[in-house]
Ligand binder design. Structure first.
Ligand code: SF4
Length: 354
């Protein structure tokens, strides 16, 4: 089991983040916040997929009003994402935000940041301090010769102490860069210097294909070192994809329960369409929340042996499949009943465990 770094805890509506809480998956709506119906539909889709916290952009006064309206129509914790205008941050807090995300560097003078802190304190909500390589303070860029991990760390520590000077410790920090090694090193440094909970992710990570890999490397490395209390996988396109990727990253490190479907890479011995079958098995077990490894193997010669580490699996034969439990063949099933019989056996296995 991974040792997680000890951080202090914050609460976003009813979701604890940091401390001993499980790692929280979050995402961001990518439709206009003023399109209330579309935002609510996206919140529902994200929540159904396993997302616990949703962030909405609040770029102007009409978005503040939309935020107020949306807040009344869902129980999902909502974060207001604010850039530049401290009055929008205060407006979003009054509109019922469960957390706000600001980059103090673009909010303006310390007085303005303090006004936002006071409003959050009165509402009893936390603030995410977002430090981003693209908007680092000029003097830090000069001092460190660019957006280095040390520059990102210094920016984060300066803001944390600015907030603490104001007796506000209900914060979470994200340090994000689109460069993966820079992000990893900056988050490591922050974990060394502070016990603030960390929101981790790779910013502007890319399309579903490249962004998934960059996120898995960046987020996965940090999680494997015990760093990170909540995460967002940033992908261009439908944000629901972000949740599937986040869950796979967490499951692969044993940080989340749920089914893991593994499949053989196929070879010249393959007797069945492994790629299609594995995708169908993923659908078949999507409702299961128990930890279980299910293997889809392409042949009955090597499949059972190679699937030994899995709890259950199927190995393809000619127009049939072999159900395997912990590497031991159980019985043969005709191809058209493979999925239903596999599910039956999975349910039996899970019932025996309980
Ligand atoms: Fe090839 Fe069979 Fe191994 Fe799949 S399980 S890679 S089909 S030998």
């Amino acid at each position: 089991m991974l040792q997680r770094k000890k951080t202090r805890s914050i609460t976003v509506r009813n979701i604890p983040v940091g401390g001993t809480a499980p790692i929280v998956i979050q995402s961001m709506s990518n439709v206009k916040t003023t399109d209330t119906e579309a935002v609510l539909a996206q919140i529902e889709a994200l929540t159904n997929a396993g997302c616990s916290i949703v962030r909405l952009a609040v770029p102007d006064d009409s978005a503040v009003e939309a935020f107020r309206n949306i807040r009344k129509q869902t129980e999902t914790p909502l974060v207001a994402d604010i850039h530049f205008d401290y009055r929008l941050a205060i407006g979003a807090i009054e509109a019922g935000a469960d957390k706000i995300r600001i980059n103090p560097g673009n909010i303006g003078s310390e007085d303005r940041v303090n006004a936002v802190i006071d409003a959050a304190r009165s509402a009893g909500i936390p603030i995410r301090i977002g430090v981003n390589s693209g908007s680092l303070e000029k003097q830090l860029l000069r001092k460190h010769g660019g957006p280095t991990p040390q520059a990102l760390l210094e920016s984060a520590l300066n803001y944390i102490s600015m907030f603490e000077k104001n007796n506000f410790t209900d914060v979470i920090v994200s340090i994000k860069a689109s460069n993966v090694p820079t992000t990893i090193e900056a988050c490591r440094l922050l974990a060394e210097y502070s016990d603030v909970p960390q929101h981790i992710g790779i910013t502007e990570s890319g399309t579903v294909r490249s962004g998934t890999i960059r996120s898995a490397v960046g987020i996965g490395t940090l999680l494997a070192e015990g760093i990170g209390d909540t995460l967002r996988v940033s992908l261009a396109g439908d944000p629901v994809n972000e949740i599937f990727v986040a869950k796979e990253i967490l499951k692969s490190l044993g940080l989340m329960n749920g089914p893991t479907v593994i499949a053989c890479p196929t070879c010249g011995r393959t007797e069945i369409n492994v790629a299609r079958l594995a995708a169908e098995v993923e659908e078949l077990v999507a409702d299961i929340s128990d930890r279980i490894i299910i293997a889809v193997m392409g042949c009955v010669v090597n499949g059972p042996g190679e699937a030994k580490e899995a709890d259950i699996g199927i190995a393809g034969g000619k127009h049939e499949g072999l159900i395997i439990v912990k590497g031991t063949p159980l019985r043969k099933v005709p191809e058209d009943r493979l999925l239903s019989e596999l599910r039956k056996e999975i349910d039996i296995l899970l019932a025996e465990r309980r």
